[in-house]
Every structure is written in structure tokens, then in C-alpha cells.
Design a protein around this ligand. Structure first.
Ligand code: HEM
Length: 224
């Protein structure tokens, strides 16, 4: 009870700060995705589909899928939690589909050009990110068919899903950043543009980390 009062009396400036950071995350994920699309010009080569689909998957769909639950920045803030869960699922399905297309494009391109696979830090961490994403997606099935996870409460499943989802998101942010370090991207943009581009995934990761950990702490406070 006391804790509820505490959160009610939270200075307004915090609320404004959270709304501003969620708005910034929406802005970044749109501008970053459009910028990578303009730079890679999807369709101009087989390779061009890789950065395009990966950015669409992780920077756009996955960021928006998590921001759906933001108490301050959700685009469907006033809708019931169940609706947010459904929209989250749809956006994640789009994200996973784009990630599969992005991986297919780069793998097939390397195969055609007889280049070795998974030789860079970006390629290796990217592969790990996609494997973790696959596991994360599988582990989310019991959230829909609860009978699959006997002995686990729905609340516990949701907590684990959020924590592992955050790890997946952070891994994808590092993979994106390493993609920006690739010879192709550094040759495609000037030095200043590179720094501006790199700030995008880093800031989004901070906002998402803050959103997920704050939701946890709020729940812990209510439970204690
Ligand atoms: C989270 C998003 C991303 C993931 C999971 C990812 C994953 C991967 C993987 C697994 C490979 C190696 C494929 C193989 O060896 O067969 C690769 C290669 C590559 N990626 Fe990405 N990628 C992502 C985003 C990006 C972005 C945004 C760019 C460019 C700005 C990029 C540029 C490249 C380049 C140039 C290669 C070929 C060179 C290399 O193997 O390092 N990637 N990516």
C-alpha cells in the first residue's frame, strides 16, 4: 500500500522523462530503419536484402513489439493488456520472418560467391542472436498454451520471458552495431554519419533496458 502511494507521488518530471525516452525510441527505430534501407537500396543486389531485413526485424519490429508494453510510450496505451500481448505476438512474428529472410539473403549470397561463413565477430554474434531468438520464440509458446509448462505459474513464465527477451534484444543491438562496423557499411557512409548511425541502436537498447527493468522493479515493489 505504502509503495503504491510512493509511486503515485513520483515526481511528474520522471513521467515526462519516460514519455520523452519512449518517443525517442519510436523516432530512432523508424529513422534508423529508413536510413539503412536508403543506404542498402534493397533489390540493388542480393546482399542489399541482408541489412534491410535485419534492420527491419530488430530495429523496427522487435523494438515496436517491446514498446507496445511501455506504460508511457505504447501506441495502444489504453488498450487491455491482452490486446497488447496479441499485437506483440504479431509484431514478433513479422520480426522473426524478416530475420529469416535477412539470414537467407546473406547465406545464399556467400554461397554464390564461394565465401566462407561466420568468419567475422558480426557473423558469429549474429548467428548466436538468431539461435537465441529461435529459442526465445519456442519458449514463448507456453505463454499461449499454458498447459505445456506444468508446474510453472503464468506470472513466472512471463517474468522469464521478459528477462530472456531483454537479453535477446541486447544481443541483437550488439549484432547491429557490429554490422555497422563491417567494411561494407563503413565504406558506404562518412565518418559523422557512422557515429550518428551507431548512436541509434545504442540509445534504443538503453530505453528498452530501462522499460523492462522498471516493469520488474514495479512488480517486485508491489509484491514486497
Ligand atoms: C541484428 C541484426 C543482424 C544480424 C542478426 C546479422 C547476422 C549476420 C550473420 C549471421 C552473418 C554471417 C552469414 C554467413 O556467414 O553466412 C552476417 C553477415 C554480414 N552482415 Fe549482418 N546481421 C545483422 C545486421 C546487419 C547490418 C545492420 C549490417 C550492415 C549495416 C550487416 C552487414 C553484414 C555484412 C557486411 C556481412 C558479411 C560479412 C560478414 O560475414 O561479417 N548486418 N550478418
Amino acid at each position: 500500500m505504502i509503495h503504491n502511494k510512493e509511486s503515485e507521488s513520483e515526481p511528474r518530471i520522471y513521467g515526462y522523462g519516460r514519455t520523452a525516452s519512449a518517443t525517442l525510441a519510436h523516432f530512432i527505430c523508424i529513422v534508423f530503419t529508413i536510413s539503412i534501407a536508403l543506404i542498402s537500396r534493397p533489390g540493388s543486389s542480393l546482399f542489399s536484402w541482408h541489412p534491410f531485413f535485419m534492420t527491419l526485424a530488430f530495429s523496427f519490429f522487435m523494438t515496436e513489439a517491446i514498446l507496445i508494453f511501455s506504460p508511457h510510450g505504447s501506441l495502444i496505451k489504453r488498450f487491455p493488456h491482452k490486446t497488447k500481448g496479441r499485437v506483440h505476438l504479431i509484431l514478433q512474428c513479422f520480426g522473426v520472418s524478416c530475420a529469416v529472410l535477412g539470414l537467407s539473403a546473406i547465406s545464399y549470397n556467400k554461397f554464390l560467391n564461394d565465401k566462407p561463413h561466420f568468419t567475422s565477430w558480426h557473423g558469429l554474434l549474429g548467428l548466436l542472436t538468431l539461435c537465441v531468438l529461435g529459442l526465445q520464440s519456442l519458449a514463448a509458446v507456453p505463454l499461449i498454451y499454458h498447459s505445456l509448462a506444468k508446474g510453472w505459474s503464468l506470472a513466472k513464465l512471463k517474468r522469464y520471458h521478459a528477462a530472456s527477451g531483454l537479453v535477446t534484444y541486447l544481443l541483437s543491438s550488439v549484432s547491429l552495431l557490429l554490422g555497422l562496423c563491417s567494411a561494407w557499411f563503413t565504406a558506404s557512409v562518412g565518418e559523422y554519419t557512422w557515429y550518428i548511425a551507431a548512436v541509434g541502436p545504442a540509445l534504443s537498447a538503453l530505453v528498452i533496458m530501462n522499460q523492462v527493468t522498471s516493469a520488474y522493479m514495479a512488480k517486485k515493489r508491489l509484491q514486497s
